[in-house]
Design a protein around this ligand. Structure first.
Ligand SMILES: C[S@@+](CC[C@H](N)C(=O)[O-])C[C@H]1O[C@@H](n2cnc3c(N)ncnc32)[C@H](O)[C@@H]1O
Length: 208
């Protein structure tokens, strides 16, 4: 099986083509709104949005003056983001393809970025790919002091996507060696408007 086939076992492109996208929110994630309001996401910063799909945050962050890179496997999702950015006369960079490749076609920003915004990407990828993602975040994508803005999907049932991202599993994946975790009192749970109201735990992790 090729790397791309491995990543695409779930047919995301078909889901977008059929408008079968229950993970989509009607507007900005309230955690993203709060991060913009508090300056956790601020003008001039660079931000990568892996598995952006058709989320509203790509245009919203570009509108707020961030340098956005939107990445997705799905042609339909990237075409949707391009049209939105063009209509609003904003600017954005795109990566269309498998952002988790680890071979010589691996994606990497030209310069490590300030922020990575993960909205239902970590819970969408198969758990066997998590180590690869965590490695890329810590060693290739984020600058030292850069931040992962995470929304950890809480789900007890097995299987997925979405695959549950329990705090214990996240603590193992994003270890204290590489990451500074916020005080647990700072985690905020946001129920998803669909997906049976599963809560997403918002946490800002800082790359050491
Ligand atoms: C659950 S959707 C979330 C989309 C968007 N973040 C949102 O919240 O609406 C997961 C997205 O990740 C993308 N994706 C999954 N695996 C990927 C990979 N290896 N590289 C790039 N994109 C990927 C899918 O195409 C899909 O758009």
């Amino acid at each position: 099986m090729s790397q791309t086939e491995d990543r695409s076992a779930f047919d995301w492109e078909a889901r977008f083509q059929n408008d079968d996208t229950p993970w989509e929110r009607p507007g900005l994630h309230p955690a993203a709104e709060a991060w913009l309001a508090r300056g956790v996401l601020a003008r001039g910063q660079s931000v990568v949005i892996p598995g952006c799909g058709r989320c509203a945050e790509v245009a919203a962050f570009a509108r707020a003056g961030l340098k956005v890179t939107a990445a997705d496997l799905s042609d339909t999702a990237i075409a949707w983001q391009k049209a939105k950015i063009r209509d609003e006369q904003l600017s954005c960079e795109y990566f269309e393809g498998d952002i988790l490749r680890s071979d010589d076609q691996r994606w990497c920003p030209d310069v490590p970025v300030d922020r990575v915004y993960d909205q239902t990407f970590l819970c969408a990828i198969h758990p066997r790919l998590r180590e690869q993602y965590a490695y890329a975040l810590a060693n290739l994508w984020l600058k030292s002091g850069g931040q992962l803005l995470a929304l950890f999907m809480q789900k007890d049932e097995r299987g997925g996507p979405p695959f549950g991202c329990s705090l214990d599993a996240m603590r193992d994946l994003f270890s204290d060696t590489d990451w500074i975790w916020p005080d647990p009192n700072e985690f905020q749970a946001w129920p998803h408007p669909n997906l049976n109201g599963k809560p997403e735990l918002a946490a800002v992790l800082t790359r050491r």
